[in-house]
Design a protein around this ligand. Sequence first.
Ligand code: BEZ
Ligand code: FE
Length: 290
Amino acid sequence: MADYFTEEHSADAVIARLSNCDDPRFKQIMEAAIRHLHDFVKDVEPTMAEWQQAIGFLTAIGQMCDDKRQEWILASDTLGVSMLVETINHRATDGRTEATVLGPFHVEGAETLPMGADICRDGKGEPCVVSGTVRDFDGAPVEGAVLDVWQTNGEGFYDVQQPGDTYEMNMRGKFVTGADGRYWFRTVKPVSYPVPVDGPVGGMLGKMGRHAFRPAHLHFIVSHPKHETVVTHIFVDGDPYLESDAVFGVKESLIVPFVANDDTARAEKHGVSAPFWTADFDFTLASSPT
Ligand code: BEZ
Ligand code: FE
């Protein structure tokens, strides 16, 4: 008798069609995707109208994407999938700086700035000095480490979210460490901000009864030819959203005290006006596999 489709063996019927697939990894991924998808449908037993709604939701996510907006990444982030992939790929707990999500707002090609430069070009926000040292596992300073830094302005917007309304490459810059491994730059104190909610993912969050906020943070990609690149953030200690980050990106080791200062002599030395904030964070890089 022919092997027609049945509810009981639905996944097997589809997986059997992969017998000519000659890419073993692709085959493994597709088999798992089919099995989980069929299990999901059997678990939920959607009505025809609900399935239509699901297709409409996935279509709307794709239609929202362009070179400036990545609604699929946002869906993956807000469902905790980005952080799961990230965590599986960075399991080592050997003292290296922990990684977290890249997010959709990194822009290639930020300018390399002199150490101590101010990345805030729109003057919005509370002045802040961020500094620290990049080290290797032996505690030795890493010379030539590149810190690619980006954050929102004091109003909680990335420059790419306010085209025409802000300075190009506002709140972005690269810094290269010298022999002492030290880095420092001026910026504004990060603020908590909502992930974009004007698309289908925002609708999903609302319907789930979830807020869309990320706790205040500053993004870093720290790289060096002889070390593994780390994509991470530092988070502002005390932020009310640390325990409910909309994208699940917080790790305790990345929470940093931002200290208020009103010492005018110190402010002058750093080229900021008092009162200002300081934050200190050291990075530990793992060696690249040889
Ligand atoms: C961000 O921190 O830039 C971000 C990360 C994930 C989703 C949205 C924004
Ligand atoms: Fe961010």
